[in-house]
Ligand binder design. Structure first.
Ligand code: FAD
Length: 259
């Protein structure tokens, strides 16, 4: 069991899980019919009487267990039939939501970061001022927003608030507090003296992130680092500790790992 409650077989092979189920079903003399799609569950006098398959075959029975999965990743065969069957049998079906799903953000500049993966960052998600999720680990920028392990895990908390805007705050330097990072930046600027601001962040940040950070810092990129004021430097450090994105939605349920 890994962080975030994710479960994997020790071998890392899903075929081992299938074999395990097969063995258990065989031991209990269960008939397995593969590649047979259930078209409907049949009722007689308000009682289950059987199951009708898409190829027309009818199987008599007096009870069924629906295990058709969720609505997400239809590629795996789970297209949401179970909800339809359960509803027809009189069960109440709550609205379904995607989970473990990439998130869409409002900021247009996120496209510039597409493909950038950040490791060892801390993230906090907030709705209004309430913290709804906190995590540490790896994330990824995409053409629409953000993905990767901590984003997928956090999406579970975000979906309850979306489509309202959810703040996604990245601490790019979680190992250092504000003052420590400020000292580090001051030291870097001291060593670089006459360099322009736009050429001063190579040691601190991944290349792709530099133009975005420079833009958001509102410090003139041509300015020499020894002319940067304390206020400007503090604004930069604050940006590195609180790099903000606005989550406005999720990717479609087809791309969600779970429903
Ligand atoms: C890309 C991806 C990676 C994942 N990785 C992990 C992981 O590492 N660890 C983990 O714990 N979980 C993981 N999950 C989640 C996990 O796969 C699901 O939570 C789990 O499979 C759900 O099990 P289930 O039996 O409810 O449904 P499913 O596994 O979806 O099984 C439902 C079955 O019902 C069948 N079916 C649907 N409709 C009909 C019908 N009308 N007639 C007949 N058959 C029908 C489908 O074909 C399917 O075989 C991952 C999911 C995805 C998409």
């Amino acid at each position: 069991v890994e962080r975030g409650g994710r479960v994997f077989p020790e071998s890392d092979k899903s075929s081992d899980i299938i074999r395990c189920f097969e063995k258990y079903l065989n031991e209990n003399n269960v008939d397995i019919m593969l590649n047979k799609e259930v078209a409907e569950i049949q009722k007689e006098n308000e009682k289950i009487s059987g199951v009708k398959l898409k190829d027309g075959l009818k199987i008599k029975c007096d009870s069924v267990i629906i295990a058709t999965g969720g609505m997400s990743y239809p590629l795996t065969g789970s297209t949401g039939d179970g909800y339809k069957f359960a509803k027809l049998m009189g069960h109440t079906i709550k609205d379904i939501k995607p989970s473990l799903v990439p998130l869409v953000v409002k900021e247009d500049w996120v496209k510039e970061l597409m493909g950038l993966s950040l490791k060892n960052v801390s993230v906090t998600m907030k709705y209004k001022d309430k913290v709804i999720y906190k995590d540490f680990g790896e994330m990824l920028f995409t053409h629409f927003g953000i993905s990767g392990p901590i984003v997928l895990s956090g999406s579970r908390s975000a979906v309850d608030y979306l489509p309202n805007e959810v703040e996604f705050i990245i601490d790019l330097k979680p190992a250092l507090n504000f003052n420590e990072l400020d000292r580090r930046v001051l030291r870097d600027f001291g060593n670089l003296k006459n360099k322009q601001f736009k050429n001063s962040l190579n040691e601190l940040l991944p290349q792709k992130l530099i133009p975005v950070i420079i833009n958001l810092s509102e410090i003139n990129p041509e300015k020499r680092v020894n002319e940067i004021t304390k206020d400007e430097r503090h604004k930069l450090v604050n940006l590195l500790k609180n790099f903000k994105l606005t989550v406005v939605g999720t990717r479609p349920i087809d791309e969600a790992i779970i429903t």
